[in-house]
Design a protein around this ligand. Structure first.
Ligand code: TXA
Ligand code: MG
Length: 309
């Protein structure tokens, strides 16, 4: 696997796949306009092709050439881009994002990532990159280069090591469709209170309806090999325990000893992987408050535990 920005851009131009760091999680990126490339992304992840991919762009100007951004979408992009926010909007007919990347939907998911290496690649490539998280489908997202390389690296011609991801869980996904209130499809790096400051109104995804519209909300996501139990105060015999906050018996694995939900988000997928590596009977996780980034942490934990969908 080649490891320079020039090699990564060169691979993308040839329709090959690249492991790309972002501030949220590592992505497996390819030219969003090329059907064979997008098909190779789905194959590398073992991902069902009805689950659409995010089109990554350098900035708002590039996004305007792909989707129909209304006043709400523009306001969100101006405030949070580049950053951990994905906007779902109607797709423009001439957009260079193939049907397969959108799973045939009339909408497109757009995000401008903040990581300097992602920005460098997007500016040089100058076209949208389809980039799902670089895990195999259903597994925890990779937040370190080694984890991404271990998951889907064999399908990538190039990969960039951008260090551990600052946020550690995926972008927030908000849909902004004509005649509909803004809808939170996936909690993530931009938290609900920040969205509300810009939007005023934000409704929640309805799990049944939106599982159809945003199939990423289906169950058995982010799951390690071992079964996961959540909101556990005292682990059972043989379980790997992941704590949160200052605990009387301090476990080896703790999402945040100082009880900080942002630190917990950054550590979540790495600790799930580390707990799994000891091949325990089950992984149990202490309760994490739902405030701020805690909403997204709990969303991922509930899905890892198979509680949603
Ligand atoms: O932080 C992130 O968003 C990472 C990094 C690599 O950018 N990417 C990521 O991609 O999480 P992925 O493919 O793992 O998740 C994309 C989510 C899925 O839940 C998918 O269903 C939803 O976005 N999505 C994509 N296109 C959509 C559309 N047109 N309408 C509704 N949901 C969509
Ligand atoms: Mg994913």
């Amino acid at each position: 696997m080649r490891r320079t920005v020039a090699a990564a851009v060169d691979a993308l131009r040839r329709g090959e796949l690249v492991i790309l760091p972002t501030e949220t999680v590592y992505g497996l990126a390819g030219d969003a306009g090329r059907l064979e490339t997008v098909a190779a992304i789905f194959a590398a992840k073992g991902r069902p092709s009805f689950n659409p991919l995010i089109a990554h762009v350098a900035d708002l100007e590039a996004a305007r050439r792909i989707g129909v951004l209304d006043a709400r979408a523009e306001a969100l992009a101006l405030r949070f881009w580049p950053g951990p926010l994905t906007l779902v909007a109607p797709v423009l007919e001439e957009a260079p994002v193939c049907d397969l990347a959108r799973a045939g939907l009339g909408t497109v998911a757009l995000r401008a990532p903040a990581h300097p290496l992602a920005q460098e690649v997007l500016r040089a490539f100058a076209a949208p990159l389809a980039a799902p998280s670089a895990n195999r489908s259903g597994r925890p997202s990779p937040t370190r280069f080694e984890d991404a390389a271990g998951e889907t690296g064999s399908s990538a011609a190039a990969g960039l090591d951008g260090g551990p991801c600052r946020i550690g869980l995926e972008s927030t996904v908000v849909s902004l469709l004509p005649g509909e209130p803004a809808r939170l499809l996936r909690p993530g790096g931009v938290v609900r209170s920040e969205l509300l400051e810009v939007l005023g109104v934000l409704i929640d995804a309805d799990d049944v309806e939106d599982a159809r519209r945003s199939p990423g909300r289906l169950a058995a996501h982010y799951a390690p090999e071992a079964p996961v139990r959540i909101n556990v105060l005292a682990p059972a015999e043989g379980e790997a325990f992941i704590g949160f906050g200052a605990l009387e018996e301090d476990p080896d694995l703790n999402l945040s000893r100082r009880g900080d939900v942002a630190e917990a988000a950054a550590n979540l997928f790495t600790l799930l992987r580390r707990a799994d590596a000891s091949r325990p009977r089950a992984i149990s996780v202490a309760p994490v408050p739902r405030t701020g980034l805690g909403e997204a942490v709990n969303d991922r934990l509930e899905r890892a535990a198979g509680r949603v969908g």
